[in-house]
Design a protein around this ligand. Structure first.
Ligand code: PXL
Length: 433
C-alpha cells in the first residue's frame, strides 16, 4: 500500500511530512511525500517558513501521480492560496480517499497558513476531504463558531460538513476529567468516541492521528473503526513520547514486536492476492502467528475480528491481538504440540477445486471427518482440537493442509499451516489463481 503525505517539512521530524513517513512505515506501507513548504523549527521555537514555488509543487505531484498507485492521501500544511489552488486542481480528478488535517498553528506557536488563505482553504481543500480532522481550536476557526457545549460542537461540525467534507472528526474534546473524546459527524450519523487522556505537552500527536486515519480508511475500514484506530495509535505515540531536543517531547511510536510485524505484513499481502475473496469462507478467515512455545491461545497473535469478504474485495475487520483468534489459534496450538516448528495458520473456504490444486502442487494434505466426532467432544466444544489431533495422529511430518468436509449445519474448511506467515503465503500462491 502506498500513502501520500502532502504538507510541510519539519526539520525536527516531530510533525509534518517527516512524522508521516515514520508513521506510514510503522503501518508497513510505503510513504510518498509532496512538500508544500519548508519550515525552520525545533522543539522550543518556530522559525521561518518558505513555501515552495508553483512549478516545483506541480512537478512533485505529477511525478508521483504518474508513477505510483496511490491508496490514500493526507493533506497537512498548505500555507498559501497558490498552493491551495494547485493542490485542488491536481487532486480533484483523483478517486482516492483524502484525509485533510487542517493545521493552522504549530504547538510552538508558528502560523502554518496565511490568514487570508483560510477562505480558499475552505473553498478548495475542504471539499476534497473524505475525512477532515480539525482539533477544537481549528474547528472553531473554520466554522467561525465558539465551541462551549455539545450543541456548538455539532453546529461547528455541520458547518464544516456543509463546506464539502464528507466526514468531520473534531478531536480533543474534554468533556469529562481524565478523558478525551472525538466527535464524529458522518453523512447520516453522529457519535462520540472517548479515550483516556495523557497530560503531556508534545509535538506530533495531531499528525500521528491523521496519518493513522488515512491508513485505516485506505484499508477500507469504516469511519468509526478508523477513528478508534487513530485514537489508540495516537495515545500510544504520546505515551511513548521522547525528549529528543531541549524543548517539548516528540511523539514516538512504540515499535511492534517481530511477530506482529511479520503477521501484519503477511495480512497486507494476503488481502491483495487477486480474487482471494473466492477463498474466504462463510465464517470468514483468521490468520494467526504464534510465539516460540505457545502454552495457550493467549500466546498466539490473531485478528480480533476477521478477514471478511466485501463484494469482490477482502478487508480486515479488527486489530491484531494475542488471543484474538479462538478457532484457528486452537488448531495451530494442537498442531504445534506435535510439530513445534509450525507457528502459523490460516483458514480458507473448502472447495473441491482447491483440494485438487493442493494435491497437484504436492503439498502434504491430511483430513478429518466431523461425522466421526464423539458426542462428548461435541458437547465440550473441543471439536477443532479433536479434529486436528485425529488428522495428525499417524503422521511423522507436519501436513501443509488439513481439511474437513463439514457436518450437518457445519461448514467444511481448509486450514493451511506453516513455519511462519510468509511460508503460508507461499503455499497459498500455489493454490490460488
Ligand atoms: O502538527 C501540525 C504541523 C504540520 N505540519 C508541519 C508542522 C506542524 C506543527 O508544527 O510544523 C510542517
Amino acid at each position: 500500500m502506498n500513502l501520500l503525505s502532502i504538507g510541510g517539512s519539519d526539520p525536527s521530524s516531530g510533525a509534518g511530512i517527516q512524522s508521516d513517513v515514520k508513521a506510514f512505515a510503522e503501518f508497513n506501507t510505503y510513504g510518498l511525500t509532496v512538500i508544500t513548504a519548508i519550515t525552520g523549527q525545533n522543539t522550543s521555537s518556530f522559525g521561518m517558513i518558505e513555501p515552495v514555488s508553483q512549478k516545483i509543487l506541480k512537478n512533485q505531484l505529477e511525478s508521483i501521480i504518474s508513477d505510483f498507485k496511490i491508496d490514500g492521501i493526507k493533506i497537512g500544511m498548505v500555507f498559501n492560496s497558490q498552493i491551495i489552488k494547485t493542490l485542488h486542481h491536481q487532486l480533484k480528478k483523483l478517486k482516492i480517499p483524502i484525509v485533510v488535517d487542517p493545521v493552522l498553528k504549530s504547538t510552538t506557536g508558528g502560523m502554518l497558513i496565511e490568514r487570508d488563505a483560510i477562505v480558499d482553504f475552505q473553498k478548495y481543500i475542504i471539499p476534497l476531504a473524505t475525512v477532515i480532522t480539525p482539533n477544537k481550536f481549528e474547528a472553531e476557526i473554520l466554522s467561525k463558531t465558539k465551541i462551549n457545549s455539545k450543541r456548538d460542537l455539532e453546529k461547528s461540525a455541520k458547518i464544516i460538513q456543509k463546506m464539502g467534507a464528507k466526514n468531520v472528526v473534531i478531536t480533543g474534546i474534554e468533556e469529562k476529567k481524565g478523558k478525551i473524546s472525538d466527535f464524529v459527524l458522518e453523512n447520516n450519523t453522529k457519535y462520540t468516541i472517548s479515550g483516556n487522556k495523557i497530560v503531556n505537552s508534545n509535538h506530533g500527536s495531531g499528525c500521528n492521528y491523521s496519518a493513522a486515519i488515512v491508513f485505516a480508511i485506505s484499508n477500507n475500514k469504516t469511519i468509526r473503526e478508523s477513528v478508534k484506530f487513530a485514537k489508540e495509535f495516537t495515545y500510544n505515540s504520546i505515551k511513548n513520547a521522547k525528549k529528543v531536543g531541549k524543548g517539548i517531547k516528540i511523539t514516538d511510536i512504540q515499535k511492534r514486536d517481530e511477530i506482529n510485524l511479520e503477521l501484519s505484513q503477511a495480512i497486507n499481502e494476503f488481502v491483495e492476492i487477486k480474487n482471494i475473496y473466492k477463498n474466504i469462507p462463510e465464517c470468514q478467515t483468521n490468520f494467526v502467528y504464534s510465539k516460540q512455545k505457545p502454552k495457550s491461545t493467549k500466546d498466539i497473535l490473531g485478528i480480533s475480528g476477521r478477514i471478511v469478504k466485501a463484494g469482490n474485495k477482502v478487508i480486515v475487520a479488527g486489530n491484531l491481538s494475542y488471543g484474538g483468534s479462538k478457532h484457528v489459534a486452537t488448531a495451530l496450538l494442537t498442531m504445534n504440540k506435535k510439530f513445534p516448528e509450525i507457528h502459523s495458520a490460516i483458514n480458507l473456504k473448502f472447495q473441491n477445486a482447491t483440494i485438487s490444486k493442493i494435491k497437484k502442487s504436492k503439498l502434504k494434505v491430511s483430513s478429518y471427518d466431523r461425522v466421526q466426532e464423539p458426542s462428548n467432544v461435541k458437547n465440550q466444544g473441543s471439536t477443532i482440537e479433536w479434529g486436528i489431533k485425529n488428522a495428525i495422529k499417524n503422521l511423522k511430518e507436519p501436513p501443509d493442509v488439513i481439511y474437513h468436509k463439514g457436518d450437518f449445519g457445519k461448514e467444511p474448511m481448509i486450514i493451511i499451516f506453516g513455519d511462519n506467515p510468509k511460508n503460508i503465503l507461499k503455499k497459498i500462491s500455489k493454490i490460488t489463481g
